[in-house]
Design a protein around this ligand. Structure first.
Ligand code: KG4
Ligand code: ZN
Length: 360
């Protein structure tokens, strides 16, 4: 039977709604980004994010329904991200989803943000379903998460490793700020790196041998020290806080080699991500590799994983790697198939994990 799910996502700074048919076809996918709003602060300003979601959510849902040529009576469920994410932002999506589901007599399905990123890989972009086979290893790399997950089937996740400090996207954003690039740092670094050499600077790679864990804070500090060598005067010292210390220097003795630093940093991140993904896939007998999350939009990462994995590698197109609601619709469909419907007291869980009993 045809199933149509309205997916809603407001976990961070994108207000998104999508209508997904049968867990694989995108009928509509609308994303209202708040990027410009937060760019002036160099990162997401949580209260402004929630307020902007309140303004955007209804128009975004209306547009998603209109573009999908879907009436309210054609829907089978409303799925919404309830964590992980910013509490105030998540609350907007969850409450709107509750109101719609209650008002229309539809099931409400709470979806894990990370799972939505992963399941985005099952969307059909041509007429063929992706030939994804279990068991597989998925590298989840976003602004808030970096983990390697073994997936034996839908809903069966085992965490193999994760970052012990910054998420990969967070490292891109912080280094972007150091290099004076606009927020978000990931796409800006990727663009700047195109003009630079990945071997211009020899930057550290934290291999954390014998684990599938990651660490990016040493790399970030190494970039900071290089940047400091180019400055005459740092920003006024402010008490504590990495963000402060990572503020861009005010005066430079020589022009900062932004392209070379961006390329060298990107190579250091992608080398480790790709190598650990290969090792994890090999050790777990994976039949393919998936990439998911905002950093999976990075072409250098996709290339490295493709070159190293020795297995089929799947990743969503770039606009479906960053936050959107299409994957929420896929996750909602799977939950509906399995009869997993949420109660009306569904609350937001900002620190929600993919695998129970692990650190967020
Ligand atoms: O998945 P996402 O949209 O939000 C979270 O769940 O965090 O990921 C956002 C992160 C940001 O840190 C952003 O800088 C990074 O993904 N990102 C990229 C690229 N596009 C987005 N990082 C590297 N290269 C990109 N092209
Ligand atoms: Zn995300």
């Amino acid at each position: 039977m045809v199933k149509r799910i309205l997916g809603i996502e407001t976990s961070c700074d994108e207000t998104a709604a999508a209508v997904i048919k049968d867990g694989c076809r995108i009928l509509s996918n609308v994303v209202a980004t708040q990027m410009d709003l937060h760019a002036r602060y160099g990162g997401v300003f949580p209260e402004m994010a929630s307020r902007q979601h309140i303004l955007s959510i209804i128009p975004v849902i209306r547009q998603a329904m209109a573009e999908a040529k879907t009436g309210w009576d054609d829907l089978d469920a409303v799925a919404v991200v309830y964590g992980p994410g910013l509490p105030g932002s998540l609350l907007v999506g969850v409450n709107v989803a509750k109101g719609l589901a209650l008002g229309r007599g539809l099931p409400l399905i709470g979806v894990n943000h990370i799972e939505a990123h992963i399941l985005t890989n099952w969307l059909m972009l041509n007429d063929e379903p992706p030939a994804i086979e279990f068991p597989l290893v998925c590298l989840v790399v976003s602004g808030g998460h970096t983990e390697l997950v073994l997936m034996r089937d839908f809903g069966q996740y085992t965490r193999l490793g994760a970052t012990i400090d910054d998420a990969a996207g967070e490292a891109f954003d912080k280094v972007g700020r150091l290099l004076g690039l606009p927020y978000p740092g990931g796409p800006a670094i990727e663009k700047a790196a195109q003009e630079g050499s990945p071997v211009a600077f020899s930057l550290p790679r934290a291999w954390l041998k014998g684990t599938y864990d990651f660490s990016f804070s040493g790399l970030k500090t190494a970039v900071l020290h290089i940047v400091q060598r180019y400055e005459t005067q740092s920003s006024k010292p402010r008490p504590g806080g990495t963000k402060r210390k990572l503020a861009r220097p005010t005066k430079l003795v020589r022009p900062l080699p932004v392209a070379n630093l961006a390329a060298s940093f990107q190579a250091a991140v992608t080398d480790v991500l790709a190598e650990k993904t290969r090792l994890a896939a090999e050790a777990s007998g994976a039949r393919c590799v998936l990439l998911a999350g905002g950093v999976a939009a990075n072409q250098a990462l996709r290339r490295s994983v493709r070159e190293q994995a020795g297995l089929p590698v799947f990743y969503p197109p770039p606009h479906l790697c960053t936050d959107n609601a299409a994957g929420v619709g896929v996750a909602g469909y799977r939950a509906l198939l399995e009869g997993r419907v949420s109660d009306w007291d569904l609350d937001v869980v900002p620190g929600l994990r993919l695998v129970k009993g692990t650190q967020a």
